[in-house]
Write a protein of this length. Structure first.
Ligand code: 3HC
Length: 406
């Protein structure tokens, strides 16, 4: 008999695994990038495709088929590839073949595994970096580059906002020192690489700019047109948008080949993933340079196309939304659902804890975008997520979200 918390985890996790198979079978992302995305972007112990092999493709397929028979929701219908692999007897780790090839309980390299010869190289020199923005993501991105030894010019709207970035990086450096992982000399060196400015003109000579300002297309296109005017020829212009089309930012410039997405995860200094998002016009050497740069600053890069949600948000937010839908049924409390996910699945945070960290306004906007892009009725935002936003319960930043932080 399955326990209460096993039921919760299967209800929430199996559709997420199915969605990951669909993403892989559609060719949007490679098997390795789907798994690396969830491991390094969200701190999951294993990626969804490897998790499927470990649970057994037949087990997940049967559970989904039973659920689909009840719900009729296409999101619960087992993915074609899942059906095919099960029909071929490739049910996962137990038989040595599933989505991956296995030997002695571990994944072995196969025809889809990249070799070390494929490691990206820096095609353009990137020494100095610019960041536009002073919010949480911007401050984290400034810190990532400064810690890796880059001089960073960051642009904000006021001296107070610039000081906020220094304060956040100082706090993280002090925490590292307190934990015995840093020293005063390193802290001074990191802070010495920060160059705040209130004018964008300060970005004229940087090799790469990452923007992390408001998620508003008009605001971003104005910025990209201005960066195109200000930045030297050859400078790469990157956006950390999570939901807007990068092609539209590229269209605002005379250098669409140098425009790319670098989607960092929250908290940026800790989460190792960067989704590198290319448009049809991004130059291959710009893509390769940015992926090599990610490796140089200690991040793992995965490659994505310019589509709502990229890899991680497209898999993560439907699962978070499903958690809200499950809670709405009234049979499980928020605390029970959070605990089941942490204890049964080993994820670092429960869904409601994570929603409150990301912000319910941000989460709702992403879910609305996914609903629009994929047109699946099952992706409609949960009523309680909409209510939380309407009532101003945005999460930790407002002192209350799904949970209370007062
Ligand atoms: N800034 C800098 N460092 C931080 C930090 C912050 N805001 N928060 C935590 N850290 C550091 C701590 O110093 C600590 O480092 P140490 O162990 O080396 O000293 C390390 O991170 C672990 O922190 P804690 O021990 O305090 O706490 P946890 O063990 O609970 O880990 C966590 C915190 C790393 C955030 C972990 O809970 C986690 O991985 N959560 C999942 C986060 C996630 O899913 N993020 C993705 C959200 S989606 C997104 O960002 C996309 C966007 O488009 C919305």
């Amino acid at each position: 008999m399955t326990s209460h918390s096993e039921q919760i985890s299967a209800t929430l996790v199996y559709p997420y695994l199915n969605h990951a198979v669909r993403m892989y079978e559609s060719g949007y992302a490679t098997r390795g990038d789907v798994d690396a995305g969830m491991r390094f972007g969200c701190g999951y112990p294993v990626g969804p495709l490897q998790a499927l092999d470990e649970i057994g493709l037949d087990v997940v397929r049967d559970a989904l088929a039973a659920r689909y028979a009840e719900s009729g929701d296409h999101l619960h219908q087992p993915a074609e590839l899942l059906e095919k692999l099960v029909a071929e007897g490739r049910t996962g780790r137990g038989v040595g073949r599933g989505l991956y090839t296995w030997a002695d309980g571990a994944v072995v390299a196969d025809e889809e595994t990249p070799s070390s010869d494929d490691a990206p190289r820096l095609r353009h020199e990137v020494r100095t970096v610019g960041v536009v923005g002073t919010g949480t993501m911007a401050a984290g991105i400034v810190e990532v580059f400064a810690k890796a030894g880059h001089e960073v010019t960051y642009v904000g709207r006021s001296d107070d906002k610039l000081a906020g970035v220094v304060a956040s990086i100082t706090k993280n450096q002090d925490r590292a020192i307190a934990k015995g992982r840093g020293d005063e000399a390193t802290k001074a060196a990191v802070l010495g690489r920060l160059h705040g400015a209130t004018s964008r003109e300060a970005l004229a000579e940087v090799d790469l700019v990452v923007e992390a300002i408001a998620e508003d297309l008009a605001v971003k296109t104005e910025l990209f047109a201005d960066l195109d005017r200000i930045c030297k020829p050859g400078a790469i212009l990157a956006t950390t948008t999570s939901s807007l089309p990068i092609a539209r930012c590229a269209d605002a410039t005379s250098r669409p080949e140098a425009v790319i997405g670098m989607h960092f995860f929250n908290p940026a200094p800790v989460m190792k993933l960067v989704e590198v998002v290319t448009t049809e016009r991004t130059a291959p050497e710009v893509d390769e340079t940015v992926r090599a740069l990610c490796a140089r600053v200690g991040k793992v890069a995965v490659s994505c196309g310019d589509r709502a949600g990229f890899i991680v948000n497209a898999l993560l937010f439907p699962y978070l939304n499903d958690a809200a839908l499950l809670a709405e049924q009234g049979t499980h409390s928020l605390v029970e659902i959070d605990a089941a996910i942490k204890e049964q699945v080993g994820l670092p945070m429960g869904p409601f804890e994570l929603l409150d960290v990301v912000g319910n306004d941000v989460s709702l906007a992403i879910q609305q975008e996914l609903h629009r892009e994929f047109g699946e009725p099952g992706l409609a935002p949960a009523r309680t997520l909409e209510e939380a936003v309407a009532e101003g319960r945005l999460g930790r930043k407002t002192g209350a979200g799904f949970h209370d932080y007062s």
